[in-house]
Design a protein around this ligand. Sequence first.
Ligand SMILES: Cc1ncc(COP(=O)(O)O)c(C=O)c1O
Length: 418
Amino acid sequence: MPMSWEMLYAERAHTMKNSEIREFFQLTEQPDVISFAGGFPSPDCFPREFIAEALQKLVLEEGAAALQYGPTEGNWELRRYLAEKMSLEGASCSPENILITNGSQQGLDLIGKVLLNPGDRVIVEEPGYVGGLGAFNNYQAAILPVAVDGKGLCTDLLEKELHSLRNQGKSVKLAYTVPNFQNPTGVTLSLERRRHLLELAGKYNFSIAEDNPYGELCFEGGQLPSLKTLDTEGRVIYLGSFSKTFIPGIRVGWIGAERCLVEKIAAAKQATDLCSNTLGQHLVEHFTRRQSINRHTRRLSTYYRGKRDLMISRMKEHFPAGVNWTVPRGGFFIWVTFPAHINSRDLLLKALEKKRVAYVDGGGFFVNGSGKNTARFSYSEASEEEIREGIARLGELFAEEFGGTPTKGKDRVAAEGR
Ligand SMILES: Cc1ncc(COP(=O)(O)O)c(C=O)c1O
């Protein structure tokens, strides 16, 4: 008789599910489709020659260390570099505060593993990063969404929620935020709200996971201080990543946190994978040692800014009145809002069928089934030609579907603060 695995699943496994958005990628990532769906970095930005040369050197000259198991907390030199980098940014940090992870996604999972009991309340942004929602959901957290507007997480709404929970004798354990050029909306948490969030964390005694994979891809206006640098109480767990500023294939990210938490996370990580990708860590460390990384990041910002500008100017030219969007100051994403009666999943299916163009419909970024008229557009991976052609084709479809003429040249910025 075939084994019935369903019966054997742990209770928490029943709440685990594949991201609907990732499953949909099978449709959106076909060869003849122009896709603005995936949030991947552009392969044009991978420093291939540097990597080929560095790998040869690492394997032939430093092979033993680069190919061997490493410490669970990560390569000491890389931890030292990251501690210096974070200290330079204003977050007093030593290598003991840093733990290298297999991408920041693993960091999110490890935070869930160490901090969350079933039913613990976690505040998330809505719309928010699906990988964060998934990680905390897998540990059976009670997910509490709080709205995002043009200035990021609405901390006034959060305050109301916290106050109401306290009146019911309930508390929150963790708040999760992507403060810079958020996935999926592209918006940035204002300085005022950063301060307010930290104030609330102190008052209501919760921790904050600050996930910052896009912060360095800043196009204009300068970077705001991280929550970690503003934190005077050791409440913030910072998550960094080399996936967008170097390459994602090596899976190198890091956690910056209080030493006691780093030790606990290291204990959890030991049982997960013993250590992060050693060769990848050496490669990153080599890149930082050559001091090429800052120059490289500046080049990437210029490159992605060009793509953002192109996508925005094509939207202005081709999208009919009634369609609005955010203008991100960095990162990979533009958030599009259609007229309220439009279902962006149905529209996406038509876009695929009639125009062979894809984006991600926004519903999956919401916890409670709202956001049906929203969508995420990524300009990071598509070529300039694809952006020109793809947005024009979508403009035709939108005009066919809900009428209106393009309001040429006019900015239609959605959700610029309430
Ligand atoms: C907000 C956010 N956090 C984390 C990740 C995961 O990144 P990594 O490749 O470092 O695991 C992503 C990837 O797209 C992301 O957008």
